[in-house]
Design a protein around this ligand. Sequence first.
Ligand SMILES: [Zn+2]
Length: 703
Amino acid sequence: MSISRLTAALVLSLTIGATIPAGLYAQGAPGDQAKAPQLQHFDPDSADKALDPCNDFYKYACNKWLTANPIPADQVYWSTGSGLELWNENLLRETMVAASANDPKRAPVQQKIGDYWAACMDESGIEAAGLKPLQPELARIAALKSKKEITLEIAHLHHVFPGTWQYGDNQTDSPFFGFTGQQDYDDASKVVAQLDQGGLSLPNRDYYLKTDDKSKEILGKYRAHIQKMFVLAGEPETQAAADAGTVIELETAMAEAQMDNVKRRDPKNINNKMTLAQVRELTPSIDWDAYLKAVKAPASYHYIVTSPDFFRAEEKLLAQHPLDHWQAYMRWQVIHSAAPYMNKAVVDENFDFFARTLAGAEQQRPRWRRCVRAADRDLGEALGQAYVDRAFPPDSKARTIQMVHSIEAALGDDIQSVTWMSPATKEQALVKLKAIEDKIGYPSHWRDFSSVMVTRDSCLHNVAQATSFEFERWVAKIGKPVDRGEWTMTPPTINAYYDPQLNTINFPAGILQPPFFEATMDDSVDYGAIGMVIGHELTHGFDDQGRKFDAHGNLRDWWTAEDAKQYDDHGKCISDEYTQDVPDAGPGVKQNGLLTQGEDTADNGGIHLALNALEASLKQQGKSLDDKGPDGWTYRQRFFLSNAYSWCANVRPQIASLIVTTDPHSLPVFRIDNVLSNMSEFQQAFGCKAGQKMVRANACRVW
Ligand SMILES: [Zn+2]
C-alpha cells in the first residue's frame, strides 16, 4: 500500500485497526453474538458536573461514559465508536449469512461473499484439516535447492502473504521487502514501481532494537512464540529453538537497516528514484528480472526505492546466510501469516503473543467478528454495497456534502486571514484547496471481484486468493494512468483519510453514523464530531507532510522560503507540545511529537475550521454560538462536549504503549485536552482562566 496515502489517514477508533492484525481474533466467546449492538448517541448529560472542565476536559466530558463502559475482555480499546463498530459488523454479518445459503441461482458476487463466510465459519472443518492447508507452502520452501531459487519464492510469498499488518502505515511486514505500484512523487499522473523496506513481524523496528528491560522481555517472549509455532507446524523442539534464533537474528538485522518512522514521514527521504540497472546493482543476490516477471510487473518509468540502505543491508544478509537460514525465515513468514485462519492450537498461540502480550487483550473475539473483518478486508467493495444500501441514505450524503463545503469555505477564510503567510503562498494554498476532491460514502464505481476464486472448502485458500488479487491489482497499475476514483478504505470503515497524491478527502459511510454523525442532531453536535473529522482531513493537505504536495499531488515546493520557515516555527510549537510523558502507557513512556506532528496539526486545525463553520451556519439561522441550545448548554458548549464525546475511550496500557511507539496519532485524551487547551474559543465556552490546566501559556496554532 502506498505510504503517503496511509500515513495521512485519520485513524479514529481504528487506531487499533491499524495496529493489530484483524485476523488475530478467532474463536470462542459466543455470548457476544446474542447482544444487540447499541449505537452511542451524543448525550450532554454524560458530562460529569462534579469535575472541573478547566482542569481536564476529556475527563469532564467522558467520565460518566468511561466509568459505565469498562473494556470487554476480548477488546483492548473501547470507545464511544466501538458500539458503531459492532453495529457495522452486524450488518455485514447479516448480509453474508443471507448470501451463504448454497443456492446455485445466487448472483456471482453473492456466491463469493456467501462461500467466504461459510468457509471462514466452518470451525470443525478447519480443525479437521489441521496443518493440511499449510503443507503445500512448507513443501515449496523445503524443495528449494540453492539461494538462487529464493527470488521466485519471494515473488510467490508476495502474492499470497504480502503481510498481516497491511492496513498499518507501512509495509514493514512484507516478507524480505515490499513491492507495489505507487503514484510517482514528482509526477502524480503516473504510477511507478516502488520497492519498500520490509521483512519484520513485530509492529516496527523499535521492538527489535530497544534495550530497556520491558523491550527485552517482549523480544524474549516473541522468540518463545516463534519456537512454539514451529513446533505446532511439526518441527522437533531442538530444530524449532534453533530456527527461532535464526528468525530473530535475520529480522533484527533487517530492523537495524530500516529507516525509522519519523524520517519516513518526510516524502523527500523516500523519493529515491532508480533505474532497473541500479536496482540490480543494489541487491544482486535477488534476480530482479525474474522477480518482476514472476509478479507480472509492467515496465516502469523508474523504480522508487524508499530506503536504499535497507536493500544494501539485505544484500549483505543474503550473501552471508546459508539457504537453510532463509528457509527457516520463510517458514516462519508462512506460518505467521496463515496463523489466524488455521486450527485452534495455532490460533490460540498466535493470539497469546500478538494480542495478549503485545496489546493486552484477555480473551479472543468471537469467530463471527473475525470473519466479518477478514471479509471486509478481502472483499470489501463487494460486501460494502449492501452496507451502503442499508445504512447510508441519500439525505445523509447530502448533509455531509453540505458540511464539507462549509468547512472548506472556513479553511479558505482561515488561509486568507493568517498573519504569518505571504500573499504569494496564500494564492497557491487557495489553488490547492479549490482542487481538493470530496469523496463521500462510497466509490462511484465498484471494484470487480469476478477473478477472485472463492470456495466453501478452505478459509486459508480464500484469503490467499483475495490477497493475491489485491497484490496483482496494485502491481498492474504500474505504467498506467492514475485511477482517481479509487478508494483505499472500504465503505463500512470507521475512519477517513486525506490522500496527498490524489488531493482528495475521503469519508466512508461507516463513519457517517452515530456518534460521529447523526442527521437528526443539531449543527453544534455534528460539527463538533464529524465536522472536526472533516476539518482534520482538510488540514492534512496543509500539515508538515501534506504541504509539500501541490494541487495536482506532485511533490513540489510551492512555498516562499520565508513562509516555509514560518510554517516550521509554528509546527515546532506543536511537536514540542506533544513530546510528552504518557503515564497511561506505562512509567517512562514518552510520545515523540515529531512522529505525531501531522496528525496533531490536523486535530488542532480541524476543530478551528469546524467551529468557524458552525458559527457561520448558526448565523444563517439568526443564532450565535453563545445562544442556549435545547438542553441549557450553549451551542459552543455542546460543540466541545460532542467533540470530546466522540473520542471517549478506555485503553489498555499495553495497546497505549504500542500506539505511542508506532502510531502517528495521539491517544484520545491528548486529542481533546492538548487541542482545546490551545484554544481561547474553548476557554470562553467554559470560563477557564489563566493558570488552569486547560489554558496553555504557550498556545500553539498553525491553522
Ligand atoms: Zn489524520
